[in-house]
Design a binder for this molecule. Structure first.
Ligand code: C2O
Length: 349
């Protein structure tokens, strides 16, 4: 029998770690109407090209900052507000949303095959909300490309205290120009103390292992199957573990008990760097499909994966049901990636 994980409209207060920072409730505003099924954007829409933060320039980053400021200025009851957008992530990681037909079980989108598709759908709407508020239909999210040397650290623009992109709850010792450590281990002895050149080479090797030599099968890259009724978090794919989780921990404030904001699921979406970070994760999924593609089928063909669905609000504040199947072709979603390259492609250790 089919066992796709289907998100129900019912949402409850989820599970938070000890010493979590409020709000400790992250369900979205109730929708007055039933969710509508997702439909693809008009194929005539301009293609949104997501480019690296380091490449787009200050004027473009000022646009992203303005979009975040506009979202922060919306009332908290508006599902498009920054407050509610951060809560979307919180709700899907604290088990707040219930599974359809299984009100005793929450939906968890980490450490399983739901990781990449959920975050793609989430960013898709976040980007369209930003574009709508800016009045720029072609606006595309900038990408924090921490796997290429020019992007290997928190971009300066996020460290400017006067910017809407600043978050005071980050690890101060990892402020720019510190080079990122892609397989960072939180806690004592976590800092590698390499030279910048050594760290970059180390990071390339990490990327090669996570994207190529360790990721030869869909389950290895995308994560383990997670079906309706299964215990949550059956197993993460290579990139979800490292560098995804590790870069969350590297960015969050290590002196806080849960490494807020970026270092823990419930608060990660509160930092405006979360979205460019996930644009990079999404870009790596697309890159991986190109690397393994041609030789074998890149994604799962399992209907339990394809029919899993999430409830998200769109740029018109309409509640939408979107499935994994809906997000597999980014061209049909009218966006693309450009401008970064894959400098680790030949970094076989
Ligand atoms: Cu949903 Cu980067 O975590």
């Amino acid at each position: 029998a089919a066992r796709a994980v289907v998100t129900d409209q019912r949402c409850v207060r989820g599970k938070f770690p000890p010493d979590a920072l409020p709000p400790l409730q992250c369900c979205p505003p109730a929708s007055a109407s039933e969710p509508v099924n997702f439909t693809l954007p008009d194929p005539a829409e301009p293609l949104r090209t997501r480019r690296p933060v380091h490449a787009v320039g200050a004027e473009y980053m000022a646009k992203y900052a303005r979009a975040v400021a506009l979202m922060k200025a919306l009332p908290r009851s508006d599902p498009r507000s920054f407050y509610q957008q951060a809560n979307v992530h919180c709700a899907y990681c604290t088990g707040s949303h219930r599974q359809a037909g299984r009100p005793d079980l929450g939906v968890q989108i980490h450490f399983s095959w739901l990781f990449f598709p959920f975050h793609r759908a989430y960013l898709y709407f976040f980007e369209r909300i930003a574009a709508k508020l800016l009045g720029e239909p072609g606006f595309a999210l900038p990408v924090w490309t921490w796997d290429v040397p020019e992007g290997m650290g928190i971009p300066e623009v996020f460290a400017n205290e006067a910017s809407p992109l600043y978050d005071p709850i980050r690890e101060p010792s990892h402020a720019p120009p510190k080079v990122a450590d892609l397989d960072y281990i939180l806690g004592g002895g976590g800092e590698k103390n390499l030279t910048d050149e050594q760290q970059i080479l180390h990071n390339f090797r990490v990327m090669y292992k996570q994207m190529i030599s360790g990721a030869t099968l869909p389950s290895l890259f995308l994560g383990q199957p997670y079906r309706a009724g299964d215990p949550e978090m059956p197993g993460a794919g290579t990139v979800e573990w490292i560098p995804h989780n590790t870069m969350h921990l590297w960015t969050g404030d290590n002196s806080r008990p849960n490494a807020e904001n970026m270092g823990v699921y419930y608060s990660a979406g509160r930092d405006p760097i979360f979205y460019p970070h996930h644009a990079n994760i999404d870009r790596l999924w697309e890159s991986w499909r190109g690397i393994v593609g041609g030789r074998r089928r890149a994604d799962f063909a399992d209907p339990d994966w394809l029919d899993s669905s999430f409830l998200l609000y769109d740029e018109e504040a309409r509640l939408v049901r979107i499935t994994v199947r809906d997000v597999l072709d980014i061209g049909k979603l009218r966006y693309a990636y450009a401008g970064a390259g894959l400098p680790w492609l030949n970094a076989r250790p």
